[in-house]
Design a protein around this ligand. Structure first.
Ligand SMILES: [Zn+2]
Length: 249
């Protein structure tokens, strides 16, 4: 009985390989490896397509990616909880799900430019969504995702260390604000008939994170204010000149 099962499993494995995998020969080092059929290059990931050297200046695209990953983007890494593989990585996914197609597409393009082997794609999802017990029927979103253990681990590490690196500040802020930024019109208390614009970023992150953002904004001559909320903080840009500077950046 046991043997029968393993035979079936083996057959399933072979079928899986036939369907989704392909043998490649690395065009740089000649190593033979097996990878997804849909891979766009034949360079081997571990040796010939390594993660960029982040001790040097980080590219615009990667700075944008990190900005997004600190915001709406997600890196999900799950581990085996028991059995032979206990503690090893079970799955790893990098994903961005929003309602804004242009945003998702731009994120995808940055990935393709920075990591040419990345098999990243954007799909449309339609499903019922529940927010605060309210059900939204046929809610439409776009999901950009890829599965890659090495990329997930490297990006997770870089995300945590980003403020100690040399990165493109403008692209980084753009990624962050594309994710989490919002523009708000509030009534000015002093002049009840006029409105005040503000650009806000509200996140559940510790204070030092916001201080870092404030420093970057300062470099662009953008004045900002940090405010403590019940959960997390908000950083706001109020005055006209600063909003103008933000737009030009
Ligand atoms: Zn190679």
């Amino acid at each position: 009985m046991l043997i029968k099962k393993s035979k079936r499993e083996r057959k399933a494995k072979v079928n899986f390989m036939k369907k989704y995998l392909k043998k490649f020969k690395c065009s740089r080092c000649g190593k033979i490896f097996i990878a997804s059929k849909y891979r766009k290059t034949n360079l081997c990931k571990q040796f010939c397509m390594p993660f960029p050297d982040v001790s040097k200046e980080i590219s615009k695209e990667l700075s944008y990616i990190i900005g997004v990953l600190l915001g709406d983007g997600n890196i999900c890494i799950t581990y085996f909880k028991k059995g032979n593989y206990k503690g090893k990585i079970r799955s790893s996914k990098i994903q961005l799900e929003t309602i804004d197609y242009e945003f998702n597409k731009f994120f995808e393009e940055c990935f393709k430019k920075e990591f040419i082997y990345a098999n990243i794609k954007t799909i449309k999802l339609i499903r019922d969504k529940t927010v605060n017990k309210k059900i939204y029927k046929n809610h439409q979103t776009y999901q950009t995702y890829l599965n890659s253990k090495s990329l997930a681990l490297n990006l997770k590490k870089l995300k945590e260390e980003i403020f100690s690196k040399k990165f493109n500040k403008s692209y980084f802020l753009q990624g962050l604000y594309d994710s989490e930024g919002s523009v708000k019109f509030t009534k000015d208390k002093r002049y009840p008939n006029s409105f005040r614009n503000s650009i806000n970023l509200m996140m559940y992150k510790p204070l030092p994170f916001f201080e870092n953002i404030k420093n970057i904004l300062n470099k662009f001559k953008i004045k900002s204010y940090i405010q403590k909320l019940e959960k997390g903080y908000r950083i706001s840009i109020y005055d006209k000149q600063s909003i103008q500077n933000y737009k030009e950046k």
